[in-house]
Unconditional design. Structure first.
Length: 185
C-alpha cells in the first residue's frame, strides 16, 4: 500500500506549520517542514523582503522531493508543511511516490496579515504577503486539493482531520491505486 502524503499548503501565515504539526502527531505521520529545506540564500532573500522566483524555488523543490522520495521508498507516510503555491510544484509533490492529499488553508488576506505581524518567524518577511497571493495559482480542477477555511482553529482541525481519516481509509479499502480522490470545495 502506498503511504499517504498530506500537504498543508497556502500562503505564508495561513497556518501550514501549525496544522501540519497537529495532524502529524494525531495520525502518527512523519512531519516535514519545507521551510527547513530552503537554502541560506533563499532565506536571506525573503528576510530582505524580496519574493522568491521559480528559479529560486527549484533547488528547494528538489530538496523537498528528495526527502519525500526517501520516505516513499521506506514506506513512511508524511505530513508536509509547504506553500505549494505553483501548479508545477503541486505536480512535483504528486510524483514523489506517495499518495497525496492537499489541504489548502485559506483565510482572508487581512486576517493572515495580522497573524504575520504578530508572528515571530526566523526569516519570512511579512511584507511578502501580497507577492505570496500573486504567486498562488488557483487549484481549480485539481481533484486532490481540498480548500479549508483556516479561521477557528478547532473547526479547522476537525475538518482537516475528517478529510485525513477519509483519505487514509480510502487507501486502505481501495488499495494502491495512486489515483486522486474526488473532493468537494
Ligand atoms: N487557524 C488559526 N487561527 C488563528 N491563528 C492561527 C491559526 N493557525 C495558525 N495560526 C497562527 O498564525 C501564525 C501563522 O501560522 P503558521 O502555522 O506559522 O503559518 P504558515 O506555516 O502557513 O506560515 C502563527 O502565529 C500561528 O500561531
Ligand atoms: O514559495 C515561496 O515563496 C516560499 O517558500 C514561501 O511560500 C514559504 O512559505 C516561505 O518558506 C515562508 O515560510 P512560511 O510559509 O512559514 O511563512
Amino acid at each position: 500500500m502506498t503511504p499517504p502524503l498530506i500537504v498543508c499548503m497556502g500562503v505564508s501565515g495561513a497556518g501550514k506549520s501549525t496544522s501540519a504539526q497537529i495532524l502529524a502527531a494525531k495520525f502518527e505521520l512523519t512531519l516535514i517542514e519545507a521551510d527547513d529545506l530552503h537554502s541560506l540564500s533563499n532565506k536571506q532573500k525573503m528576510q530582505a523582503g524580496a519574493a522568491l522566483t521559480d528559479a529560486d524555488r527549484a533547488p528547494w523543490m528538489q530538496a523537498v522531493c528528495r526527502q519525500l522520495s526517501t520516505c516513499a521508498e521506506r514506506g513512511i507516510g508524511c505530513v508536509l508543511a509547504h506553500s505549494a503555491l505553483r501548479r508545477a510544484h503541486r505536480e512535483q509533490l504528486r510524483s514523489c511516490g506517495l499518495r497525496t492529499l492537499f489541504l489548502h488553508l485559506d483565510a482572508p488576506r487581512e486576517t493572515i496579515a495580522r497573524r504575520l505581524r504578530e508572528r515571530e518567524h526566523h526569516y519570512m518577511n511579512a511584507e511578502l504577503l501580497d507577492s505570496q497571493f500573486e504567486a498562488l495559482q488557483p487549484t481549480d480542477g485539481e481533484a486532490d486539493v481540498v480548500t479549508l477555511t483556516a479561521l477557528d482553529r478547532e473547526a479547522l482541525m476537525a475538518q482537516a482531520s475528517a478529510r485525513v481519516v477519509d483519505f487514509i481509509a480510502q487507501g486502505t479499502i481501495t488499495g494502491d491505486t495512486g489515483h486522486a480522490v474526488t473532493t468537494h470545495h
